[in-house]
Design a protein around this ligand. Structure first.
Ligand SMILES: Cc1cc2nc3c(=O)[nH]c(=O)nc-3n(C[C@H](O)[C@H](O)[C@H](O)COP(=O)(O)OP(=O)(O)OC[C@H]3O[C@@H](n4cnc5c(N)ncnc54)[C@H](O)[C@@H]3O)c2cc1C
Ligand code: SF4
Length: 531
């Protein structure tokens, strides 16, 4: 028998779940948020690259298995705020055409059941919520927007301004990246960000990064109708006898089993774990896994085709906050390509330890020092395409298996060649891409940062697990709001789309719950935390 009943249970506190909690909190409805991790400790090691990158201090430590049954350690972190505690907070809107069917070298990127126009108001709200800084009109592929960016662009430091100018000289249209950060350059006292070089892949010690914990979960908990239970890993969802309603949310917590129930249950565990949870919740009524009559749950896993590229600048690169510049001139192709190639953005600034993480054992320390002082770090993204055989499955012990092949390699190869060809004009060594570094290497299977697609939404219940409101076709009170609902991955970063969609689904849920507008006043007092 259920130990406690709520109006809504949200499982996971990342970009999807955290944002939804924020949207629903002022409704006055009883909301339970379940998070398998705890609060990320605030400690000096947050900004220590040796701890974060070499010792993998914050990784979950769990093992997943590849298509050959070989174990690997996924780059997963389980904390309040989910992967946004570590993200680079580059918060892009998908392009209008990303919502349509698009031909790529490796196949077809399918259309979404909603258009850009349907999501646009929610993109605008999500940009407000996550403090997005940017400059409208610069990015040549930028979709239309109903309002300007909420905050001015983060300025380029001198070496990146030079890079910007050099890109322009070579006929490109570089732009300021849209970035979610609590930074006020005209009044530094007014923001929490101290503009350091630890932005990408590190948690922020000052709470300056606009992550789901700081921007959404923490304020949601100020409402006394919202309860967060940390260290609560949801093991399975059970339905009533009809199979149409989830009646029990079964949690393992500190070695004990706890059971909760909710009128509505929202899964937002990240694309791999949400699929795994539904598959683990198979029953007589749902023999292929919960909400999986379509057999798509776990399939169509996408993660972007990504490469880190380190160019060696002829002059030292003293930039701290490097993630300010993007290039989308190749997004839809080029003179020699009618098909899309992808997107280029700056990475956070590398240092010796970060480079060491991608270098072989024989790389000399002095070379690493030289490289880190001269490195300009790029991140290249090409759209990953969905395929049913790219899938998450679970074995009898509940372990996650991830089978993945890459279908869209050709445009990524071309995009890399474009950037390498620009090294001289960009003031970098022509031979700047040594074969032994991360530079020319693709991000491997364990790099699951941009995971999406495993519980796709759609109008046709034969080919999708969720309807257009992200409600399971097969279950009346089950929703999914993390990146697993994506039918295609686009070539821009995914988090803002998960956040905007969570706000959209939140509005649907408020209507369904008949939540009254006068309840939307923020409650003054904190918070019930069970940790
Ligand atoms: C280093 C790094 C850099 C990135 N940079 C960017 C960027 O610049 N821009 C961008 O758009 N995206 C970026 N991303 C990706 C971005 O963080 C994700 O797209 C986003 O966080 C996905 O949100 P989500 O809600 O789907 O999942 P998550 O944020 O992963 O949240 C899932 C939550 O569910 C919890 N959970 C999982 N399983 C269970 C369970 N069984 N029971 C209870 N709780 C559970 C997890 O602990 C977690 O809190 C980056 C990611 C990483 C790792
Ligand atoms: S750059 Fe700003 S937001 Fe990023 S880690 Fe440093 S202080 Fe935090």
């Amino acid at each position: 028998m259920a130990s406690d009943h709520y109006d809504v249970i949200i499982i996971g506190t990342g970009a999807g779940g955290g944002t939804l909690a924020h949207r629903l909190a002022p409704s006055g409805k009883r909301i339970l948020v379940l998070e398998r991790g705890g609060y990320l400790p605030r400690e000096p090691e947050n900004w220590d690259s040796k701890e974060v990158f070499l010792k993998e201090r914050y990784l979950s430590g769990e093992q997943w298995y590849d298509r050959n049954g070989e174990p690997f350690r996924p780059h997963q972190q389980y904390f309040v705020g989910g992967n946004t505690k570590f993200y680079g907070a580059i918060l892009f809107r998908l392009r209008e055409r990303d919502f349509e069917e698009v031909q790529h070298y490796g196949g077809v990127s399918p259309a979404w059941p909603i258009s850009y126009g349907d999501l646009e108001p929610y993109y605008a709200q999500a940009e407000q919520l996550y403090l997005v800084h940017g400059l409208a009109g610069e990015d040549p592929t930028e979709p239309w927007r109903s309002a300007d960016f909420p905050h001015p662009p983060v300025s380029h430091e001198p070496r990146i301004q030079q890079l910007h100018d050099d890109f322009e000289k070579t006929g490109h249209r570089p732009f300021h990246l849209p970035v979610g950060v609590d930074l006020n350059e005209s009044d530094p006292e007014a923001g929490r960000c101290v503009r350091c070089d630890r932005f990408d892949g590190f948690p922020c010690l000052t709470d300056g990064k606009a992550d789901a914990h700081v921007r959404c979960v923490r304020p949601a908990l100020k409402h006394d109708n919202v309860t967060l239970v940390t260290h609560a890993k949801v093991e399975r969802l059970e339905t009533d006898a009809s199979g149409h309603t989830i009646s029990r949310v079964v949690v393992s917590r500190k070695g004990n089993e706890q059971v909760f129930s909710g009128d509505i249950v929202v899964v937002s565990c990240g694309a791999a774990n949400s699929a795994a949870l539904l598959l683990k919740s198979a029953s007589d009524k749902h023999p292929n896994g919960l909400a999986n009559s379509s057999d798509v749950v776990g399939r169509n896993y996408m993660a972007h085709i990504n490469s880190g590229v380190i160019a060696i600048s002829q002059t030292p690169n003293t930039t701290k906050f490097q993630k300010t510049l993007g290039v989308n001139d190749y997004y839809w192709g080029d003179e020699d390509s009618d098909l899309p190639l992808g997107h280029i953005q700056m990475l956070g600034k590398s240092d010796r330890n970060i480079l060491r993480g991608g270098a072989p054992w024989f790389a000399p320390g002095r070379a690493l020092d030289y490289m880190s002082k001269h490195a300009i770090d790029f991140w290249l993204t090409t759209e990953d395409l969905p395929h049913p055989d790219n899938r998450v499955t679970v074995d009898r012990q509940g372990n996650v298996h991830l089978a993945k092949m890459y279908l869209n390699n050709e445009p990524h190869r071309r995009l890399l060649a474009k950037l390498k060809g620009l090294m001289g004009p960009l003031g970098c060594h022509e031979m700047s891409i040594p074969s032994w570094s991360v530079l020319d290497q693709r991000i491997p299977l364990a790099g699951v940062a941009h995971q999406c697609g495993t519980v796709r939404f759609g109008a046709d219940r034969a080919t999708s697990a969720l309807d257009v409101d992200c409600k399971a076709h097969d279950v009346d009170n089950l929703y999914v709001v993390d990146t697993s609902f994506f039918p295609s991955s686009s070539a821009v970063n995914p988090a803002l789309t998960a956040m905007a969609n969570a706000l959209r689904v939140g509005d649907h849920l408020l209507a369904r719950l008949d939540a009254r507008a006068e309840r939307f006043e923020p409650a003054p007092e904190p918070m019930e935390v069970v940790s």
